[in-house]
Design a protein around this ligand. Structure first.
Ligand code: HEC
Length: 122
């Protein structure tokens, strides 16, 4: 009977390996900074504007790749987030300081930032 723990502990550890990764609160600023949109044009816009705040916890902006930070934002719906980005929202300046961004760029940038990194293949 006491042997049961021998089986349960490794099972729990394995669950955590699969489920306690980047999607949880453990995303570090370095991990957040390492994320870049795959599209080069979008990446340029992102690097020149959003990234300056959205990978820096002290800015209080929801961190790129943090499912926890973005979950509550995404619940507002993309249309609302887009409006708030265009007109500015609390600590965020209008357009997220990206005067070259089109509406569809902003949508893509928001989706990108709200997507947690995929687990590294190893
Ligand atoms: C100067 C810093 C700064 C820049 C640059 C910036 N943001 Fe933000 N952003 C913030 C802060 C701070 C918040 C959190 C505001 C709050 O809820 O207090 C935020 C929040 C957001 C939100 C959530 C709004 C909501 O309704 O909850 C979205 C979406 C967003 N930013 C998109 C962007 C995009 C897209 C870019 C680049 C084009 C960008 N931001 C650039 C600082 C910035």
């Amino acid at each position: 009977m006491h042997n049961l723990n021998q089986f349960i502990a490794p099972a729990l550890a394995a669950l955590c390996l699969a489920g306690c990764g980047a999607g949880s609160s453990s995303l570090t600023p370095a991990q957040s900074r390492a994320l870049t949109p795959a599209d080069p044009d979008l990446a340029a816009l992102y690097t020149a504007s959003c990234k300056a705040c959205h990978t820096v916890p002290a800015s209080r902006a929801p961190m790129t790749g943090s499912a926890r930070a973005w979950g509550v934002r995404m619940n507002k719906g993309m249309d609302r987030l887009l409006e708030n980005t265009i007109s500015g929202y609390k600590g965020m300046p209008p357009m997220g300081l990206c005067s070259d961004c089109s509406e569809s760029d902003l949508r893509d940038l928001i989706s990108f930032m709200a997507t947690p990194p995929q687990p590294a293949d190893s």
